[in-house]
Design a protein around this ligand. Structure first.
Ligand code: NAD
Length: 471
């Protein structure tokens, strides 16, 4: 289900909406509630800016490198604001900002120069990569800056301009980031718009947009693709995941337990490619459940701004309700909460880190994406059974295999139907790798050179090797 939207700011005339601090459940600021009709002027400005931005790759590189420096220099302002509206521990906000700067540098220095086509014909053929025009980016609330940069860094490096819409749950750090970037980028190259629906729907279907790049849930991704079909804009969709971690018989449980736990619970489990299901061999099932439960019980839960907090609140009330509902459904179907299993009795959107054992495999917490501090652990008999269960889903984002014999682990990893698979790790991405889900987890490829080319179109020039002879 796509997430319901934040409420209108009390007492406002409708042109601003409230932004909630998830650590208190109280509004602490507001953001402009821009209306769909405002997009015409914004997209028009993006078109104007595109004319010169696309034409000078050297100026682009230096502007993007300057933008990276500006982001780093603004870290002390950006990080607390991001934590305040998103909920994550301050150190994770700082890491998100560092990643944003690193991504700008990475794409600033990637080159999509001309490429010759050699096919033996007596012509000189060459691909010259061209930008597309204004790109629309729509992103969710779990990594507002990092995911925005995954859109704007390659799109701008390719010579496009962008209109970026953050989630209405987390508009503020993105607005601040836009003003930081504006110190380095020409006017109109990157414009942030904030507002509630139908702003995103209108942006996705705007006739002036040439590429719609979306990160979010599968149902909203479908709506975005339908909207973009009106103008036949290119579509890139980075959607939900339900990643399985398969533990092998020879896994050293205590050695991997911390890493496995945080692969599921980092950012309060609100990570598209978090571990969302653990499959453990029946022989060591209790040991695995106990090791994870211990970590869940000892994780320090609190406001992201409190030093020492390891796990913040869930970002928003509808998401907290979803986590609670999935837990209750599993418990009602016979699962055991070996740790947590309930909200925390304090203000804000806190949920106790939860490990569920003996969960029926058709429970929504196994079949759907929980996207919260909640992890089902399932036993398996044979490896074939584990691989089949891991693949028995419409999602196909990531997966992992954990064990001591790396060759054996890799052979199992090779059988998983997903875009990225890790051995003894999970959810660690290099800026240089392609990032693409299979099945319903996505369309198109982000990351690395593939992310750059996803924002370019090939323009092919053929010319004969020799000038025509004079008549
Ligand atoms: P969501 O789909 O509810 O919203 C995502 C964005 O779309 C928000 O900005 C929202 O305001 C906007 N939106 C809502 N309705 C729209 C419409 N009709 N047309 C256009 N835009 C619309 O997702 P969410 O709850 O914000 O984020 C959580 C989801 O994002 C999870 O499913 C998670 O797995 C996914 N996600 C995927 C990746 C990835 O890279 N694959 C990364 C992070 C999050």
């Amino acid at each position: 289900m796509p997430t319901p939207q934040p409420r209108r700011a009390p007492g406002s005339a409708g042109e601003r909406f409230a932004v909630i601090d998830p650590a208190t459940g109280e509004a602490f600021d507001e953001a402009p509630d821009q209306q769909p009709q405002e997009l015409d002027a914004v997209v028009d400005r993006a078109h104007q800016a595109w004319r010169s931005w696309r034409s000078d790759p050297v100026a682009r590189t230096s502007a993007l490198l300057a933008a990276a420096d500006a982001v780093e220099a603004a870290e002390a302002d950006l990080a607390p604001l991001l934590t305040r509206e998103q909920g994550k521990p301050l150190a994770e906000s700082s890491a998100e900002i560092a990643r944003t700067a690193a991504r700008l540098r990475y794409f600033a220095e990637l080159d999509a120069g001309p490429q010759p086509i050699t096919d033996g014909r007596p012509v000189r053929s060459e691909i010259r990569w061209r930008s597309l025009g204004p790109v629309a980016a729509i992103v969710p609330w779990n990594f507002p800056l990092q995911l925005a940069s995954a859109k704007f860094a390659p799109a701008l490096a390719a010579g496009n301009t962008m209109v970026l819409k953050p989630s209405p749950f987390t508009p503020l750090a993105t607005r601040l980031l836009a003003s930081v970037l504006a110190t380095a980028l020409p006017d109109g190259v990157l414009t942030v718009v904030t507002g509630r629906e139908p702003l995103g729907a209108r942006l996705a279907s705007h006739p002036g947009i040439r590429h719609v790049t979306f990160t979010g849930s599968i149902p909203t991704g479908r709506a975005v693709a339908q909207g973009a079909a009106a103008s036949l804009a290119r579509v890139t969709l980075e959607l939900g995941g339900n990643d399985a971690a398969i533990l092998l018989e020879d896994v050293a449980v205590e050695r991997i337990a911390d890493r496995l736990f945080w692969s599921a619970f980092r950012n309060c489990g609100q990570v598209c490619m978090a571990v969302k299901r653990v499959y453990a061999p029946a022989r060591i099932y209790s040991e695995v459940v106990e090791a994870l439960a211990q970590r869940a019980k000892s994780a320090v839960v609190g406001a992201g701004l409190d030093p020492g907090t390891q796990l913040g609140p869930v970002n928003n009330a509808p998401q907290l309700t979803r986590v609670e509902r999935y837990t209750e459904q599993a418990l009602a179907a016979g699962a055991r909460a070996v740790a947590g299993g309930h909200r925390l009795d304090r203000p804000g959107y806190f949920f106790a880190p939860t490990i569920l054992a003996d969960v029926p495999c058709d429970s929504p917490v196994v079949t759907q994406e929980q996207f919260g501090p909640l992890l089902p652990v399932l036993p398996y008999g044979s490896l074939d059974e584990a691989v089949e269960a891991a693949n028995d889903t419409g999602f196909g984002l990531g997966g992992s295999v954990w064990g001591t014999d790396l060759d054996r682990a890799e052979a199992v990893a090779d059988r998983l139907e997903c875009g990225t698979v890790w051995i003894n790790h999970h959810a660690e991405l290099s800026l240089a790798q392609p990032f693409a889900g299979t099945k319903e987890s996505g369309v198109g490829v982000a990351g690395g050179p593939w992310g750059l080319y996803g924002n370019l179109r090939p323009f092919v020039v053929h010319r004969p090797l020799e000038a025509p002879e004079e008549a």
